[in-house]
Structure formats: structure tokens, C-alpha cells
Design a protein around this ligand. Structure first.
Ligand code: 5GP
Ligand code: MN
Length: 327
């Protein structure tokens, strides 16, 4: 780590830890990175005698319950007036639902995130879109401040890295990722156990839902876009939940050839959640942004109100427009 960055991280930590009460907010539909990063921060702050609540409107999905302290996550809080409010793994208070009021009631706010910057939230900002996971930034924050990493902390942070790199397979995996993962492994985190917990712990309805989604796979005539969908009817018939749709898009990406893989999810009638993945250099974040979403260059998401058919038409139209303008 460069000297200058180490100094910045020391300053940020000094500023943060001047507070006594903390609210840490994860984004809705949390993943291993949001939960692992927030819980790691909470663990260290609590170790220093701070009063910390971690709030995540949607709670902890079953496959992330192995993360140490995940049972401490609150769905909401009525408390206000925290000393510090931290937005973890996202940059927009729009993505934290009801936790927004608690966060905004804090005397100072902070944001720790690795998405492409999409705002200016936070008096203290630790933002680096080059990081594969927010957990990397949390690790660097701890490391710059001489905070020792025990096995639980290592597991929390490794959950973030394994989650956001698809178990070290996505294009965001780089030397820095492995350097940090190596330190976490040495501290006792078991990457293979974590990968199994996150990726290979499906319920039967979730597996059947995956099968049905794969049956819907369709290649756009251009050959550059492949998509699949999950309807509300699929969820109801298979007794599957919205959380069971997580990760399906990564299998849509397995189709060889297209530049963009898309999953359309009718999570409730009239509201279509969209996950975009690019397999090449195509930037899907700018597509998601057109519809009020965001994310990373190779993995982004948004929601379009309307029917599945109209959302699909709108979104694919936008992808084609960008493809045409960039060739
Ligand atoms: P996923 O497709 O797995 O839900 O999300 C892919 C990436 O895009 C994640 O990094 C996620 O945080 C981000 N993302 C998904 N949906 C949204 C959204 O509605 N708004 C923003 N800003 N980012 C999103
Ligand atoms: Mn993340």
C-alpha cells in the first residue's frame, strides 16, 4: 500500500472512531460483500467498546448465515441520532430502504464502497472501483491501522471477496485480491468452505427455479445478447423465493459467444429486476444507469417498472443502441 493511501486510511479511521455510536447500513438484497464488510467493521468497532448496529432491510439470506455475527443484523431500527452512519458496499441511500432515516440522522456519515462512483455521499469517503470487493477496502483500512485479523474477521472479509469475485473467477480478480485473500487465509479463513456455503447450498426449490430459468434461455438474433427470465408464476409454482433468483445470471453468462448476459426477474407483478453481466469489454453499468441502476462495468443491475415483455424490449433496445454506437 502506498504511503499516501495508508495516511488517508489512518485519517479516515481516526475520524470515524471519534464517534461512540454507529449505524452501519447494507444495501437491500444484501450479498456476502455487503454483509461481510459491515459485520467486520462492526466487530472491530465493538471490540473498541463502540455501540454499533448493523441494519439490512432484507435481512440475511440463508446462504450467508455462516458469516460470523450475521445473527446480529437488524431489519430496521427506530434509533436516531447516531454519531456515525456508514453506508457499506453501495453509494446511494436509495438502496438501503428504511435504514436511510437512521443513517441520515447521524452527526457524520461515511461511505465505503467499490462501485463506480455515482454520487457524493459521505463526509468520509473510502471509494475505490478498482477493488474487487468492499471487503478489500475494509481489510486495507484495518491493515493501515494495525488492527489484528482473527479467524472470524478473516471469514467475514473472505466472504466478501469470494462472493464478489465469484470465488476468484470474475475479471475483477487480480493480484491485490490474491494478496489480501492470502492474508485472510493465513488468519484462518477457509475459502473453499465459504465458496460452498455461498454457491453450493441451494434449496430444492431454488435448484428447480434455476432449471426453469435455464429453459427460458434465449439468444438475441444478433448473437451478442443472451437472456433468461424468471416469472412470478415460476416463483409461486415452485415455492421459490426472490432470494433464490440470486446467482442465476452467472449461469446465463456460461453461454459462449455473446457479449452480454441478462436475467429478467419478475419479483412482483409490474416490477422487473434486471441483472446484467458482460463477458467482454462491454460496459453494462452505463446501461443500468440509464434505468436508474448502477454497479460495475462487468456486473450491474436496475429495476424497470412494467411487464416482463416491455422491460425486456426497453433494456435490450438500449443494449443494442450502445452496441451500434460503439462499433
Ligand atoms: P446483481 O445483478 O447481482 O443484483 O447486481 C450486480 C451489481 O450491480 C452489484 O454490484 C450491485 O450492487 C449492483 N446493482 C444491482 N442493482 C442495482 C441498482 O438498482 N442500483 C445500483 N446503483 N446498483 C445496482
Ligand atoms: Mn461488493
Amino acid at each position: 500500500m502506498r504511503k499516501e493511501r495508508r495516511r488517508e486510511l489512518r485519517d479516515s479511521w481516526a475520524q470515524l472512531t471519534r464517534g461512540r455510536s454507529f449505524v452501519l447500513a447494507c444495501h437491500q438484497r444484501p450479498d456476502g460483500d455487503a454483509l461481510g464488510s459491515a459485520l467486520a467493521l462492526a466487530r472491530v468497532l465493538r471490540g473498541q467498546g463502540k455501540d454499533v448496529v448493523v441494519v439490512c432491510e432484507d435481512g440475511v439470506p440463508d446462504n450467508y448465515r455462516f458469516i460470523p455475527d450475521s445473527d446480529t443484523v437488524l431489519l430496521s431500527t427506530n434509533r436516531r441520532g447516531f454519531d456515525v452512519g456508514v453506508l457499506v458496499d453501495c453509494e446511494s441511500v436509495k438502496r438501503i430502504g428504511s435504514a436511510k432515516d437512521a443513517l441520515l440522522s447521524s452527526s457524520i456519515t461515511a461511505c465505503i464502497d467499490h462501485h463506480l462512483p455515482n454520487g457524493e455521499f459521505g463526509d468520509i469517503r473510502i471509494i475505490d472501483p478498482e477493488a474487487s470487493a468492499t471487503a478489500e477496502l475494509v481489510f486495507e483500512l484495518f491493515s493501515a491501522n494495525g488492527i489484528p485479523i482473527d479467524r472470524d474477521l478473516a471469514t467475514q472479509l473472505m466472504a466478501g471477496i469470494v462472493g464478489d469475485t465469484g470465488a476468484f473467477k470474475f475479471a475483477n480478480t487480480n493480484a491485490r485480491t490474491f494478496r489480501i485473500a492470502s492474508r485472510l487465509a493465513a488468519a484462518g479463513a477457509r475459502a473453499s468452505d465459504i465458496a460452498r456455503e455461498i454457491y453450493e447450498s441451494h434449496s430444492l426449490p431454488a435448484m428447480r427455479l434455476l432449471g426453469r430459468a435455464l429453459c427460458s434461455l434465449t439468444m438475441h438474433p444478433s448473437g451478442r445478447i443472451v437472456w433468461a427470465q424468471v416469472t412470478k408464476k415460476d416463483l409461486d409454482e415452485l415455492d421459490a423465493t426472490d432470494a433464490d433468483t440470486e446467482g442465476i445470471v452467472n449461469l446465463v453468462r456460461w453461454v459462449k459467444g455473446p457479449d452480454v448476459a441478462i436475467l429478467f426477474r419478475e419479483t412482483k407483478p409490474g416490477s422487473i429486476r434486471i441483472s446484467l453481466r458482460s463477458t467482454d469489454d462491454f460496459d453494462v453499468e452505463r446501461i443500468a444507469r440509464v434505468f436508474g441502476g448502477g454497479g460495475h462495468k462487468a456486473a450491474a443491475g436496475c429495476t424497470i417498472e412494467g411487464s416482463l415483455d416491455s422491460a425486456r424490449e426497453l433494456l435490450i433496445g438500449e443494449v443494442l443502441k450502445w452496441m451500434e454506437s460503439s462499433t
